[in-house]
Design a binder for this molecule. Structure first.
Ligand code: GLN
Length: 457
């Protein structure tokens, strides 16, 4: 524990953590030691040091979604994931910085300020779970939890050279997760290796009375399952439009193509698939998530939660408007307005209904794809970590960079980013893999295997 606390102190300038529960963590470590010695009973995560993104509720601890509107707010209950982590003897050492309400791809939209990438402090760590990725990258904890609505676990993992996994929609309870786009949001796990992710997932996944969208499918012991060797090699596939997309960095493209030839040499069957919907996925994602966000964020009015703008306005509409204008950052305001617009009577069919149609087409397409292949391979991001400030004035460019991650959320399948590659600019980048709904076992097993056989090819 003292190791992590001293790392946290040393790397404070990275701004990865927004609250550190040092005394509490030390006390809990002592308590766990005692319990181990006296009761001879240890939980699955006994002594595992974990940080959680600032969108996950931990009873009597601050949670703010990195927003001024929730400054000073303390959760009155535990999210289901926290409840399960604690019951398994984990130690929660602090909370992670992130983009405000998980909206962003660079962790620059945070009321706590930007997070720095340990590998090059002038660069972003990715987002929105940038603090979670850096916490793992800089050894501030063993495992961290993030949330992934459109790539927020996988893309920061990719930028920081760690493993990041988003399970199927409905695998992990969202009870106590501050909502962004409820039909997309999933809690995800970041770690330095696949085993740790498998272990934590086994503890936090599974049915929950507080969230009816969680599947009641039994939760396998992922940590054991990944050790078992496949009897047959899975059939792999990639969408040609993803690798030949004009926005993709040339070296990332060639590395993926080389990797695919290597896989073929090693006896894998790799199919090239067609994905003509590629140009629709980012627009559909932003229409639907902003629509959901505009509704989810309507509860922050300065009355029930959060801060009030001073001097307090007498007139009610002005009062709400002042609280929300002062409390929300620029990007969040942009998304609330966009979402309200696409839901407005005159534009509903042109935007929201259309985007829903794209989503259901994608869903059908995905079913067909998984009749042909077991695993889809894809880059995670079109570039390696960019400079802090490089894209802040160009939201469209920032949104378009989500091209490879939003698909898994639109259709709800599990996806992972594993740090297999190194760019000539010195930065890491990952390989993304996806499997069909609730096939986390195959996804984790192959990732585990490939981390051993192909890392830094
Ligand atoms: N970058 C995407 C967005 O800004 C994804 C965010 C997320 O997954 N929370 O919406």
């Amino acid at each position: 524990m003292t190791f992590y606390l001293s790392q946290i102190k040393q790397q404070q300038h990275l701004n990865a953590l927004v609250h550190v529960f040092d005394d509490e963590a030390l006390q809990r470590a002592d308590q766990l030691d005692e319990q181990r010695l006296s009761e001879k009973k240890i939980g699955k995560l006994h002594g595992i040091v974990i940080t959680i993104k600032d969108v996950i509720a931990y009873q009597l601890h601050p949670v703010s979604a990195a927003s001024n509107i929730l400054k000073g707010f303390h959760s009155i209950y535990n999210s289901t994931v926290v409840e399960r982590l604690l019951a398994a003897d984990a130690i929660i050492i602090g909370t992670n910085n992130c983009d405000e309400f998980a909206m962003g791809s660079s962790n620059e939209n945070s009321s706590y300020g930007a997070v720095k990438n340990l590998l090059d402090e002038s660069r972003v760590p990715g987002g929105s779970s940038g603090g979670s990725a850096v916490a793992v990258q800089a050894n501030l904890c063993m495992v961290s939890l993030g949330s992934d609505t459109g790539g927020s676990v996988r893309q920061p993992a990719d930028f920081c050279g760690v493993v990041g996994m988003k399970p199927s929609y409905g695998r992990i309870s969202r009870h106590g997760l501050i909502a962004y786009g409820s039909s997309f949001d999933q809690i995800g796990v970041l770690a330095n290796n696949v085993e740790d992710i498998a272990l934590v997932l086994s503890v936090i996944a599974g049915a929950d009375d507080f969230d009816s969208t969680v599947s009641s499918l039994p939760v396998p012991d992922y940590a054991i399952a990944i050790q078992q060797v496949e009897t047959a090699k899975p059939v792999l596939g990639y969408f040609k439009q993803t690798l030949w997309h004009e926005g993709l960095d040339e070296e990332i493209r060639t590395t993926h193509l080389h990797f695919i030839s290597q896989l073929k040499k090693d006896g894998y069957q790799v199919k090239e698939l067609d994905f003509d919907l590629i140009d629709y996925i980012v627009p559909a994602y932003y229409v639907l998530t902003t629509a959901e966000a505009s509704s989810n964020l309507s509860r922050y009015d300065g009355v029930r939660y959060g801060t009030q703008s001073t001097p307090i306005k007498e007139e009610l509409t002005e009062f709400y408007s002042a609280n929300r204008s002062d409390g929300f950052g620029k990007e969040v305001q942009r998304r609330i307005m966009l979402g309200t617009f696409v839901l407005s009577a005159g534009y509903y069919d042109a935007y929201f209904t259309k985007a829903q149609q794209v989503r259901s087409k994608l869903y059908n397409k995905t079913k067909l794809v998984f009749n042909e292949v077991d695993v889809i391979l894809m880059p995670v991001s079109p570039s390696t970590a960019f400079k802090i400030g490089e894209k802040t004035n160009n939201p469209i460019e920032m949104y378009l960079a989500d091209i490879y991650t939003v698909y898994a959320n639109l259709v709800g399948i599990p996806a992972i980013s594993i740090p297999l590659f190194q760019h000539s600019n010195g930065l890491p980048f990952g390989l993304q893999m996806m499997t069909k709904h609730f096939d986390e076992v195959s996804l984790l097993r192959l990732s585990h295997q490939w981390m051993k056989s192909y890392q830094a090819v």
